[in-house]
Write a protein that binds this ligand. Structure first.
Ligand SMILES: *Cc1c(COP(=O)(O)O)cnc(C)c1O
Length: 227
């Protein structure tokens, strides 16, 4: 198992490095997050032994349990799923970053009671679909939400998160995300990060400036449950 996991991890990292070179970027400036949702804590332990430091989860209860079980590993936990306001405080207990901040109420909930905690890295998630029911803020509202994060205590605005809509051409989607990111930097000059690129489209994301890649199945293999 570790052999195959190690092989897939190495293959993905090589492909990331290739894409970075193609874009004239230094691969060392990219953060590769392994999205381990639905997989057991034992797999994360294997990944840590292979050198993985950044892991991503999308469900609070599962993430909290894994983070507690694996506390000895010193991993950085990235929360990448839709987040309910009433879970925000608990997520702050283990996560170093939330990639799915998309509304004022969530910004406020992540701030409450955070005085003793280290700053949380925040990514504003963009909704690039026509469906307002999907997670993410409309791109037109991103700057306003960014200002809310900037004004909040204990939050460090890092940049934006994007998921290419199903059926869309990823390169074109991520080129648009790069433009939104540049616009955002006029109000938040330090928020230069772009969390984009999954198993199927990380190459296109790297070519268009992504800094944080959220990669699941290409490294972990198929998820054991529907997800
Ligand atoms: C599951 C998930 C990923 C990883 O998806 P893969 O296609 O398995 O690489 C990335 N981002 C988010 C928000 C996810 O929920």
């Amino acid at each position: 198992m570790t052999g195959r996991l190690g092989d897939r991890l190495a293959a993905v990292d090589a492909a990331i490095a290739d894409a970075a070179r193609e874009a004239g970027r230094d691969p060392a400036t990219l953060t590769r997050i392994v999205v381990t949702k639905f997989h057991p804590a034992s797999m994360i332990r294997e990944l840590a032994a292979l050198g993985v430091r950044d892991v991503g989860e999308n469900r609070h209860q599962e993430a909290q349990a894994k983070a507690a079980e694996l506390a000895d590993l010193g991993l950085a936990w990235h929360f990448v799923g839709q987040l309910q306001r009433n879970k925000a405080r608990q997520v702050r207990g283990y996560a170093s970053a939330v990639h799915s901040v998309d509304r004022d109420a969530l910004v406020d909930a992540l701030t409450v009671g955070s005085a003793e905690l280290p700053a949380l890295d925040v990514f504003i998630e963009l909704n690039l679909t026509d469906d307002p029911g999907r997670g993410g803020v409309a791109p037109a509202d991103a700057e306003r939400l960014a200002e809310r994060v900037l004004a909040a205590s204990g939050l460090q605005l890092r940049g934006v998160t994007a998921v290419a809509p199903l059926g869309a051409e990823p390169r074109r989607v991520f080129a648009g995300v790069r433009e939104i990111s540049q616009r955002l930097r006029r109000v938040a000059p330090d928020a230069a990060a772009i969390s984009a690129g999954m198993s199927a489209d990380f190459r296109e994301a790297v070519l268009e400036g992504a800094t944080h890649l959220r990669i699941g199945t290409a490294i972990t293999g198929k998820r054991p449950l529907a997800g």
